[in-house]
Design a protein around this ligand. Structure first.
Ligand SMILES: [Ca+2]
Ligand SMILES: [Ca+2]
Length: 74
């Protein structure tokens, strides 16, 4: 019983990660591996400039795949 729950949670996690990667590729309009504030606004209007800034962990003004996942997570 516990094992099947763990497997189900694992499958959910993998599916979520794949979805985020696909979303990032879609948002990264010029495919340079970074999502700018303009690209984010076009792809995901829920990412406000405030959310964008909060997700930009290294403060370089663009979102990496990991940073983009954080921006869309909450
Ligand atoms: Ca880009
Ligand atoms: Ca960044």
């Amino acid at each position: 019983m516990k094992k099947s729950i763990a497997i189900a949670l694992g499958a959910l996690f993998v599916a979520g990660t794949a979805f985020a990667a696909e979303e990032f590729a879609t948002a990264d309009a010029n495919a340079d591996g970074q999502v700018t504030v303009e690209e984010a606004a076009a792809a995901a209007p829920e990412i406000t400039p405030e959310k964008f800034a909060a997700a930009d962990a290294n403060g370089d003004g663009t979102l990496s795949a990991e940073e983009y996942a954080a921006a869309t997570a909450g």
